[in-house]
Write a protein that binds this ligand. Structure first.
Ligand code: 5GP
Ligand code: 5GP
Length: 231
């Protein structure tokens, strides 16, 4: 009788624990790595659509953050994962000054940046909540921008935002030389139809702390020679 009681209480404990074990393991597989994406303002602005400077004024002539995007190794990605955690600027009040400098919005009409940050948090940030909370999400992106210093990497190799064309290979190599990892370069078309350096993707581990080689690259194509517009 005692044995029967003991084994049934074991069974009940097991039944109570199992869902927790599954919940923990599924949330640890909710994405594999991040793309950290930075945009060149000159290339956002010189397209046929043009741009609007933020209400705080013209951003510095430097790469700005577009987003930190959780991704799967098969190239697909989750989005809008938790509508119970809306963007809350009070969680990043200590970061706002850095955000305005490093994550400026260029979309029209002019804004402070909050709408852009809100969009990025809701679409992408909510999918990394198992690892980092809202404050950490934005802090992680700011740290990564400092760490990658794309403009420094390019100018060190003699690649300057001067409206001239550079080989895609030299752009990729200079960033690899400086960060240690191969970036993905995304191009767009300038006003005259030219292929130009628009966004740079680097891959980041699940914790958001270290760069990694990309498990998979996005799709898209640049020319072999691409323009680096001024801003
Ligand atoms: P586009 O279609 O202009 O390349 O991308 C539009 C938006 O879709 C991006 O700004 C981003 O929010 C999302 N997106 C595009 N490609 C990827 C990707 O490979 N991974 C993730 N996580 N999001 C992406
Ligand atoms: P994604 O392409 O990541 O889904 O999000 C881009 C969204 O953010 C678009 O709705 C776009 O209008 C808005 N947005 C606001 N500012 C910027 C900006 O400076 N660059 C880009 N690429 N999108 C911006």
């Amino acid at each position: 009788m005692k044995i029967l009681q003991a084994s049934s209480s074991c069974l009940i404990t097991l039944l109570l624990i199992l869902p927790l074990v599954f919940a923990a393991s599924s949330s640890s597989e909710d994405f594999d790595f991040f793309y950290f994406v930075q945009q060149w303002p000159g290339s956002y602005c010189d397209t046929q659509k043009s741009c609007c400077y933020p209400t705080t004024g013209k951003p510095a002539a430097d790469f700005g953050i577009h987003g930190l995007w959780p991704n799967y190794k098969d190239g697909t990605y989750p989005s809008n994962c938790d509508d119970t955690k809306p963007f809350d600027s009070s969680t990043i009040s200590g970061l706002i000054n850095s955000m305005k400098k490093s994550w400026p919005t260029l979309a029209c009409p002019s804004g402070s940046g909050e709408a852009f940050w809100e969009h990025e948090w809701e679409k992408h940030g909510t999918c990394s909540e198992s690892v980092i909370d809202q404050h950490e999400y934005f802090q992680t992106a700011l740290n990564l921008r400092q760490k990658t210093n794309l403009l420094g990497a390019l100018t060190k190799a003699g690649i300057n935002p001067d409206g001239k064309s550079y080989s895609l290979e030299s752009i990729r190599d200079s960033i690899k030389e400086s960060t240690g990892f191969t970036p993905w370069i995304e191009c767009n078309r300038g006003g005259s139809g030219n292929s130009q350096l628009y966004q740079v993707y680097v891959c980041v581990d699940r914790s958001g702390s270290g760069l990694i080689e990309c498990p998979v690259f996005p799709h898209g194509k640049c020319g072999t020679e691409i323009e680096f517009p001024s801003f």
